[in-house]
Design a protein around this ligand. Sequence first.
Ligand SMILES: [Zn+2]
Ligand SMILES: [Zn+2]
Length: 274
Amino acid sequence: MPKMKISFLGTGSGTSTNRAHTAMVYDCDDGTRLLIDTSSGNSVARSGSELGIPVESFDTVLLSHHHPDHMSGLLFVQFLRALERQDAPPLDVYSTEESLEWAKKMCTSNHLNLAEVDNDGAKNRDGRQVLRWNAVTPGQQISLGPTTTASCFPADHISGAVGWRVDSGGLSVVFSGDTRFNPELIKASKGARLLIHEAFRTDDETQYANNHGHSTSGDAGRSAAQAGVAELVLTHIDSAFDADPQPLIDDAKKHFNGPISAASDLYQITVSSP
Ligand SMILES: [Zn+2]
Ligand SMILES: [Zn+2]
């Protein structure tokens, strides 16, 4: 029975003060390890180290969008990885062309041993290529391992933003990215085993959440129900719900009957085919 282990390295929203910013690791049954978003600062290395997931073990990154709570940690991931693994191939970074343009700008303006940034990737001072850009379009199927593929779908957040569906050995996991309630996500999540959805606020603050480009936990529950997924995990949680995310879970439960949990930093979940 295929399995996938998901490790939450960061589960805070951009305005969160007590959680690391968003990043997750998917460990697929075929040995493929994926980093989904990169948090900010050194959180991927720090949380990963606590869970026995060394920062140099990543070869593939899927980015949802270019907000710094999701992308700026890439600077430190590539830096630490290149130090630890002198013979490593370039770190493959997948996102939309627009998000990758922002990633290039970020790498150009931060010289964390990145000497040359171009349309292929980035090289360090030794002339070694440490990053490789892979531009994707929504719906495009990319192969990431023996039985692992991924495709992105548009998110309703900022220009170029996407969510990601990962399929491995017949098991599907969908990450919403940052988004308002998103019919594109529902289409892309049909039959998925697990939906990992952002939940910025409860339903009584729908207007506030939407004004900031985000979903409520009720939106996450509605999406899970309409897509027919088996399980829902809430993430990208704001400080207001840091100590007690139960109100978020309660709102999602009004719409979705399956199991619901709220992720916290260092939370791990293993899903298998029903
Ligand atoms: Zn965010
Ligand atoms: Zn964002």
